[in-house]
Ligand binder design. Structure first.
Ligand code: FPP
Length: 261
């Protein structure tokens, strides 16, 4: 499969909305938490594939602000315990695979013992130069924008930042994702056609790939299939395809600009 990919057109950044753990469990008459547990296994398979193909950036939506606010406390607590044990059990494998781990989101609001584990894993993998795995935790794209606007306003008030100097690059510098390029490809599992408040600013020109496969069944090979699909697409960033000749609209009389009814 990997050999089918064009090395010249590999994405630099793949982001994934991991969805369907609950449905995966429900279809097997299992409790939801078992779906999350299988989901955590799937994370490590995909991370290792990313490292093997030399993908520089992989960003996973692991826990949203909305999950935190709207799910039963028992489920949230289970997800927190799962995250801690995922980190504890996988740092060695991350080091073996040259994977660095980082986080985005309102992580300061997570429980103290989870934050400690997160810092520990971040520190232990800091020197790795392969794939940077970013986990979005207690993350919401709109709150990320709120945080960026607040930070920018503080700089206007106290550090002499001029309004005319606020441009797209300046906003990018104030996002949680300032250290990475925008995603080239966004994958969503379990079939829903939504972006669910994930990286809204950053996905302006991102290619989207939705699969019906539920996250616990997702493996590296499925990410490679998504990349293969991505490579067949033409990215235009609002421009025209290469070689497309523009119509000579300037010479058209104005009354011909709208097609006759
Ligand atoms: C969606 O399943 C998934 C999540 C709530 C977050 C993803 C969490 C994991 C993959 C496990 C833990 C991750 C790490 C990094 C240890 P859902 O419950 O919304 O599924 P449903 O829509 O079928 O109910």
């Amino acid at each position: 499969m990997y050999r089918r990919l064009d090395p010249e057109r590999m994405p630099h950044h793949v982001s994934i909305i991991m969805d369907g753990n609950g449905r995966w469990a429900g279809r097997r008459s299992l409790r939801r938490f078992l779906g999350h547990q299988q989901g955590a296994e799937a994370v490590q398979y995909v991370v290792e594939t990313a490292s093997r193909i030399g993908l520089p950036w992989l960003t996973l939506y692991a826990f949203s602000l909305e999950n935190n606010l709207k799910r039963p406390r028992t489920e949230v607590n289970f997800l927190m315990r799962l995250l801690k044990s995922y980190l504890t059990n996988n740092v060695k494998r991350m080091n073996d695979n040259n994977v660095r781990i980082r986080y985005i989101g309102r992580t300061a609001e997570l429980p103290e013992e989870v934050r400690e584990r997160m810092h520990w894993a971040e520190d232990a993998t800091r020197k790795n130069t392969g794939t940077t795995l970013t986990l979005a935790l207690n993350y919401g794209a709109r709150s990320e924008l709120v945080d960026a606007f607040r930070a920018l306003s503080r700089e206007v008030q106290h550090k002499g930042l001029r309004l005319e100097d606020i441009d797209e690059a300046e906003i990018h510098r104030h996002l949680y994702t300032s250290y990475m390029p925008d995603p080239d490809l966004l994958i969503r599992t379990s079939g829903e056609m939504r972006v669910s408040n994930f990286l809204l600013w950053q996905i302006a020109y991102t290619e989207i790939f939705v699969t019906d496969r539920l996250w616990p069944d997702f493996r590296g090979i499925h990410m490679l299939e998504a990349i293969e699909d991505y490579q067949r697409r033409e990215r235009r960033y609002g421009g025209l395809s290469d070689g497309t000749e523009s119509d000579d609209v300037e010479s058209l009389p104005t009354n011909q600009l709208v097609a006759g009814r």
